[in-house]
Ligand binder design. Structure first.
Ligand code: AMP
Length: 896
């Protein structure tokens, strides 16, 4: 690490007094020496001075290495009195070359140089001595050698300083650094992380006087997607990944993930595999569980006990739970069993493979479906036909999970609407009048004939009870089970009804048709005793009073988290009825994607509506808070859930009128459920509602033109609103039509303008939005079509890869050149606020980006490097910068 400063040849000494240049032969080679040898004379003062030696500014300490010969004074006869055996080294600093001017007084003595070995007459001894010249501060210096009467020859002078060489330590590179001197024994040097490495703390190290690096501080680490290989950060090899900046190596992609090219930060799930919201993004992906197997129903103590075996394939997960779906049919009309029957321990979230069902009605035909769920079905239960349903094409003789129970009072039954080409298993069990079970028949298998082409169910099988004596006491239970065989089955078929039977399941009854609205509430909602309700915390404000989070604990039932809507004191009877009308409506619905009514309190002073609790609150807010954090397929999964809820409502002929993301609630598994029912709600409650000339209140930007124009509210107008919800979801809760006024929105819609595609919106999804916004309502898709299309998209993730064209200046409303008042942005934080990216203010500041000029210089890579990781955020910032640069275009209209 010593670095040569001045080669010897340059050290040509230019000022000589008495010294002379002598050519000598030493050890066979010839070279020149500067010599002086006035040993016999008194008071010698002979000087030899170097040329001007320029100094590197940081080198305040230099080493002078001398090679010289001194003759033994004893070898000079009679000169021993005056003869010397040492000489002196001097130095003088200067800012300029003074040429041959020489002033002795300007020189300071550095050292007396004495030989270790004296040269006698016959033997030459070369000495090497190194002296340090410290505290140099001017541009250069001279060295001088003073002889005071010795016989000496100077062979070489080497002048050098020491450096710590340029190095890479702990992935930080440090520049060559001149070693310090006495006054600064350790020089602190800061380094920079090597390419593709980052550190939280500025990397530092110390350079010692001896030119050695010691004590590195502040480790650099390879950024995500890179690993350390011999002082460098190299991209993770194909098939491996690294999610964080760390000293770790890249790890192979976990099970069921796609192996990307090199440099992967995460391995995305393979098609058909998912990560649950709580799964680490670095963990394996899991498949959907297959259907539960071997569903069996038995009766005991007046109850029906359903048992089954776990799915054959759990998709590699341990968090399997089961839920029971129940349909009851009265003649041709089937509907969800809803609150009417009781499950023990519960109808959902079962971890055991059994459930007992009670409070079944006689004369009714029940169909139970057991669904298996896991952490990943959360996303996909809204996304693909539930995995637990029988596969839609199946050539193997799989048991399906459908079990039908009939309670009869007679000893024969005709089973209609069977699926052709399907095997059915039947068992008959006697039941006494108090519900306790009697003996049961053997299981018998029958097969329906027919082929796929035969769309209608068969009505041919007839059975007789074998154990007729049991009948004397009462009913009998008739169990039958369907075994799949070579039959194509759509999910709907599992309800065990023909297609005519499915539609309509049930029609919504307007509580207004009841003369006394209180009767309606009692009919559709369960009365809860207030002592079973515990309010915990206010979570929102409804039109009629506060909304609380709380606990519902009904004796004999598991306690559940609930939302409690209250009616504020001082209400009128009309307000009370309006308030409770929401429960009358909600109580008629039973669907996974409709907020579930637990019950009402009407018989006490403080009326309450109790519904299931949705941990993540309203969808618009939730998406705004998680802007950019979900992939398209997750957003489309949410939309699928909302569409399924809306299909259910439209099948029941219920028109919502106020479908908007603010009226969708999200639970902790990201399931979306439609909420906000009620008679006067649209008119009164919604802050988005705008009074129309006819006195009603309408949320203009969500409402179809015909509903605004002549109050034609239909499921088709709900479809228009659903299109707006799709836009809100894909834009992470952005306000539709941004800051345009209601009037401007109506005018634009009339002129056939429509909202443009949100950023990163799959083209197929945007096309569906545009379909929902067709002027002619009869041409809009129906909710059934929407659910099917969204299912299709979710089943083939590739279909979401084509992204709709969009113009950042309009679609994310990026201010083109200036702040809201039209003047250019005064600060980086003002700009970030305008594009709703304030959370990155600190990242910009820390990276030293403090002026808008600096912002304009930033490249995409720079934005990433300062810590903006989410692709949506990266794009928003990058597009805004592009927009700032491109001052010429100002677009004011949006796409047709
Ligand atoms: P609403 O009167 O139905 O609009 O409710 C007012 C607010 O209370 C909503 O915006 C939600 O933030 C909250 N809220 C209402 N129902 C629930 C629920 N079931 N779970 C969680 N939060 C709810």
């Amino acid at each position: 690490h010593g670095s040569l400063f001045v080669p010897l040849t340059l050290l040509l000494c230019v000022v000589l007094f008495q010294w002379e240049v002598i050519q000598r032969t030493l050890n066979g080679s010839q070279f020149y020496t500067f010599s002086v040898c006035n040993v016999g004379e008194r008071e010698q003062d002979n000087w030899l001075r170097t040329t001007f030696i320029q100094r590197r500014p940081s080198a305040s300490r230099v080493f002078v290495e001398l090679q010289f010969i001194v003759r033994d004074c004893n070898s000079f006869d009679g000169a021993s009195l005056t003869c010397k055996e040492t000489f002196n080294l001097f130095t003088s600093e200067s800012d300029a070359d003074v040429g041959t001017t020489f002033r002795k007084g300007q020189f300071k003595k550095v050292a007396t140089i004495a030989p270790d070995e004296i040269t006698s007459k016959n033997e030459l001894r070369i000495n090497t001595e190194t002296k340090v010249v410290e505290n140099l501060s001017r541009k250069g210096f001279y060295l001088a050698f003073q002889d005071i009467g010795a016989c000496i020859a100077l062979l070489s002078v080497r002048v050098y300083y020491k450096t710590c060489p340029a190095t890479v330590k702990s992935l930080a590179s440090f520049p060559e650094t001149v070693a310090g001197g006495e006054n600064q024994a350790l020089r602190e040097v800061s380094g920079v992380c090597v390419e593709n490495a980052i550190s939280e703390e500025l990397p530092r190290i110390y350079c010692t006087v001896d030119g050695e690096w010691v004590v590195p501080v502040g480790q650099c680490q390879c950024k995500p997607g890179y690993e350390e290989v011999e002082d460098e950060c190299q991209e993770c090899k194909a098939g491996s990944f690294k999610a964080e900046a760390s000293g770790d190596k890249c790890t192979p992609c976990p099970a069921n993930t796609q192996e990307l090219d090199s440099g992967a930060v995460v391995c995305p799930c393979m098609d058909g595999f998912y990560r649950a919201p709580n799964d680490p993004p670095t963990g394996p992906c899991s498949g959907l569980p297959s259907a539960p197997r071997d569903l069996v129903a038995t009766t005991s103590a007046g109850k029906l006990l359903l048992t089954w075996s776990p799915p054959e394939d759990t998709g590699g997960r341990t968090d399997i739970t089961y839920s029971i779906e129940c349909q009851r049919c009265e003649g041709m009309v089937c509907q969800s069993c809803g609150e009417k029957i009781r499950y023990e321990p519960a109808g959902v979230g079962l971890t055991d493979t059994k459930v007992s069902v009670s409070e079944l009605d006689a004369h009714l035909n029940y169909t139970f479906t057991v669904e298996a769920h896991s952490g990943v079905t959360v996303l996909t239960s809204q996304a693909v036909p539930p995995a637990n349903r029988p596969p839609s094409t199946s050539d193997d003789n799989l048991d399906v999970t459908t079990y039908t129970v009939l309670i009869l009072e007679k000893n024969s039954v005709q089973i209609k609407d069977l699926v052709p080409g399907t095997a059915y298993l039947f068992r008959v069990q006697a039941l006494s009048s108090d519900g306790s079970p009697g003996g049961s028949s053997m299981e018998e298998q029958f097969e329906t004939s027919g082929t796929e082409g035969n769309q209608h169910g068969q009505r041919s099988t007839c059975f007789f009870l074998k154990n007729e004596t049991s009948l004397i006491h009462g009913f009998c239970i008739f169990l039958f089970r369907k075994r799949n065989s070579h039959t194509r089955q759509g999910p709907e078929d599992t309800y065990f009804s023909s297609s005519e039977q499915l539609k309509p399941l049930k029609t919504y009854v307007d509580p207004h048709t009841y003369e006394d609205p209180n009767t309606a509430v009692l009919k559709f909602a369960t009365e809860i005793h207030p002592s079973h309700i515990t309010k915990q915390k206010v979570i929102g404000a409804g039109e009629f009073g506060e909304v609380y989070r709380g606990i519902l604990k009904v004796p004999g039932r598991k306690e559940v988290a609930v939302a409690i809507k209250t009616l504020k004191p001082g209400y009128t009877e009309k307000q009370r009825q309006d308030f409770l009308s929401e429960a009358s409506i909600m109580g008629q619905f039973s669907h996974q994607n409709i907020i579930r009514l637990e019950g009402v309190v009407t018989k006490f002073k403080h009326a309450m509506i109790v519904t299931e609790y949705m941990e993540n609150g309203a969808l618009d807010r939730y998406l705004r808070d998680h802007d950019g954090e979900f992939a398209s397929f997750q957003l489309v999964g949410m939309l699928r859930g909302i569409a399924a809820g809306m299909k259910y409502l439209s099948d029941m002929s219920y028109v919502h009128r106020d479908l908007a993301a603010r009226n969708i609630l999200v639970n902790n598994t990201l399931e979306c459920k439609v909420s906000d029912f009620g008679l006067s709600r649209v008119l009164e409650d919604d802050p988005e509602g705008t009074y129309t000339t006819s006195g009603g209140k309408i949320p203009i930007r969500w409402t179809a033109p015909e509903a605004i124009a002549y109050r034609k509210f239909t499921s088709a107008s709900d479809v228009w609103s659903f299109g707006i919800v799709m836009w809100e979801v894909m834009a992470f809760g952005e306000r539709p039509y941004w800051d345009m006024s209601n009037h401007e929105v109506m005018k634009a819609i009339n002129e056939a303008f429509r909202l443009p595609a949100p950023m990163d919106c799959p083209s197929a999804v945007y096309q569906l939005m545009l379909q929902c916004w067709l002027q002619d309502r009869s041409k809009r898709p129906r909710f059934g079509d929407i659910v099917s299309l969204l299912d299709k998209l979710l089943r083939s993730p590739d279909s979401l890869k084509t992204i709709a064209d969009f113009d950042p200046r309009i679609s994310i409303r990026l201010p083109s050149t200036s702040g809201s008042d039209g003047s250019p942005f005064r600060s980086v934080s003002e700009w970030l606020e305008s594009i709703k990216m304030s959370q990155y203010s600190e990242n910009f500041a820390c990276a030293g980006v403090v002026t808008m000029d600096q912002v304009l210089q930033m490249k995409n890579e720079d934005i990433k490097n300062i810590g903006v990781r989410l692709p949506g955020h990266l794009k928003r910032i990058a597009y805004s910068i592009l927009g700032l640069k491109d001052q010429t275009s100002t677009l004011s209209v949006f796409a047709v």
